[in-house]
Design a protein around this ligand. Structure first.
Ligand SMILES: Nc1ncnc2c1ncn2[C@@H]1O[C@H](COP(=O)(O)OP(=O)(O)OP(=O)(O)O)[C@@H](O)[C@H]1O
Ligand SMILES: N[C@@H](CCO)C(=O)O
Length: 307
């Protein structure tokens, strides 16, 4: 049996719609094993939206690898241990896709290169900003091209923390993409290009004072925040508590605030504020570091199945 650990991820990071994302130290474990025949899928904790047949996202990701390399297991057992909350903007689908591809590649003897796995994952997810950090870790700048992903990975220092606010409701990426406008104004495109460029420079040089300005966005948040009644309150309380920028995580509804030194004081202030504020939803709050490793082998146990 092969066991793979794959991180959560947060896409966009403010202005970098569909091209910037970071892996986070919150993990799903995917255990896979070739069996004599059939497909057995188990999951804990379970969720009605997790399919137990060929429609399961991890299985579908694994199948893209089998189709690509022309090798198929006789049967397959998949066990999912899920820490990443579903449909909350923390890359649960990307973890399934990147983790499934990574696990399938191990199962079939490592026929695909890392570049090929990154491409397959981005193609399946439709954009590379969650799938690439889930696969290789770090903070990633990535563009999906016709046959490859062009990307740069930046290893995030532990000093930078990601304060994650997770509400008790879900928002599917599909829905949150469908509400975006087909066209945007030229000045809004210019606004985002400047901020995304500033963000890349600020994060890689450690000039965190620029982050509050660099995490502003006009491409998706103005539209999506209407689906998240507490958005402005959470962003404002984070900035007042000293965050270096706060933004929607991926397609939402989770919100992430960037915190530098003094994160313990920030954490206490936010917890006090959350306890005393009137909010439309219940919000979980946790402080995470970036994961710089991506999908990794958790354990390998030999199987009795003979070829
Ligand atoms: N552990 C899992 N096992 C199987 N399927 C999963 C699992 N986690 C998520 N999924 C599938 O992915 C869907 C959620 O994907 P969606 O893209 O809407 O949200 P997300 O990936 O959590 O958010 P975002 O893409 O904004 O970061 C679920 O409805 C389910 O079909
Ligand atoms: N860039 C994507 C991330 C969600 O998977 C979006 O915002 O729709």
């Amino acid at each position: 049996m092969i066991s793979v650990k794959v991180p959560a991820s947060s896409a966009n990071l403010g202005a970098g719609f569909d091209c910037m994302g970071v892996a986070l130290k919150l993990y799903n474990i995917i255990e896979v094993e070739e069996i004599e025949k059939g497909l057995i899928i188990t999951s804990s904790p379970d969720d009605p939206s997790i399919a137990k047949d060929e429609n399961n996202l991890v299985f579908r990701a694994m199948k893209t690898v089998f189709d690509e390399v022309g090798w198929y297991p006789r049967g397959l057992r998949i066990n999912l241990i899920n820490e990443i909350p579903l449909t909350r903007g923390l890359g649960s689908s990307a973890a399934c896709i990147s983790g499934g591809i990574y696990a399938a590649n191990l199962l079939c003897g490592g026929k695909l290169s890392e570049e090929e796995m990154i491409y397959l994952a981005a193609k399946m997810e439709g954009h590379p900003d969650n799938s690439t950090p889930a696969m290789i870790g770090g903070l990633v700048f990535a563009v999906l091209e016709d046959k490859k992903v062009n990307y740069i990975k930046f290893v995030v220092p532990a000093r930078l923390k990601f304060a994650v606010f997770i509400p008790d409701f879900q928002l599917s990426t599909e829905y949150a993409r469908n509400i975006l406008p087909k066209y945007i104004e030229f000045k809004d495109a210019v606004f985002n290009i400047g901020r995304a460029t500033l963000f890349a420079s600020a994060i890689t040089t450690g000039n965190y004072e620029l982050l509050p300005a660099a995490t502003q966005d006009r491409l998706h948040q103005p539209y999506r925040k209407k689906l998240i009644p507490d958005f402005d309150k959470i962003v404002n309380l984070s900035l007042e508590a000293g965050a270096k920028g706060a933004f929607l995580s991926g397609a939402g509804p989770s919100i992430i605030a960037l915190v530098d030194e003094n994160y313990e004081i920030f954490e206490q202030n936010v917890k006090n504020a959350l306890a005393s504020m009137e909010l439309a939803a219940n919000w979980d709050f946790m402080i995470l570091e970036a994961d710089n490793s991506g999908a990794t082998v958790f354990s390998v146990q030999s199987t009795s199945l003979k070829r």
